[in-house]
Design a protein around this ligand. Structure first.
Ligand SMILES: [Fe+2]
Ligand SMILES: [Fe+2]
Length: 186
């Protein structure tokens, strides 16, 4: 559980940078496809493949998959994938605005999602685990991580540090599009 919470903290560091990144893209009005792809690469390679997959393919084996909270978590993961898909399409279309709208919607969703997991889901699952199961999950996480490649966390943590260097001190001018009602495409 500690491992997943630690991964959340890296994902939250990206989420914290998104307003500054979005403002920068909008202000410049220029397609910075390299930067846009790097952000999506982190979301897909780390947040989704490396992290969400461990939740879905390993952790949820140790809980009641019919439980309401698990359904909510799966639905969040799916909606997140929808926003990422739409953001990738926006890069292809050269549509900065659509990219920013979908990235901001992803941020709103994931911020709430991580809070649900840290405060409700992980403590709920943790309470039901035996010591033996904790050991088994630990082993399966390790296996999944070496399958993904041992360089994966380091690569993506490096990317976050680089983005923080670029964007952390940028003034946020509060010109983001409200994204509350944006729905992920089906
Ligand atoms: Fe998570
Ligand atoms: Fe999750």
């Amino acid at each position: 559980m500690r491992k997943l919470v630690e991964e959340h903290s890296w994902i939250k560091r990206l989420l914290a940078l998104i307003p500054a990144i979005v403002d920068d893209l909008r202000a410049s009005g220029e397609m910075n496809a390299g930067l846009m792809r790097e952000i999506l690469d982190f979301i897909r390679g780390y947040a989704d493949r490396f992290h969400h997959m461990k939740e879905e393919d390993i952790l949820f084996d140790y809980t009641d998959e019919e439980a309401e909270i698990i359904g909510v978590i799966y639905a969040d993961h799916d909606r997140a994938r929808g926003f990422v898909k739409a953001a990738a399409q926006a890069i292809e279309d050269g549509d900065i605005s659509a990219f920013c709208v979908n990235l901001s919607a992803y941020r709103n969703l994931l911020t709430q999602h991580i809070t649900k997991e840290d405060e409700i889901l992980l403590p709920y699952i943790d309470r039901g685990l035996s010591t033996h199961q904790v050991g088994e999950i630990f082993r399966r996480f390790k296996e999944a991580e070496s399958e993904a490649g041992d360089d994966v966390p380091g690569k993506y943590e490096g990317l976050i540090l680089e983005l923080e260097r670029q964007f952390q001190d940028k003034e946020i001018e509060g010109c983001h599009t409200p994204t509350k009602d944006v729905q992920a495409p089906a």
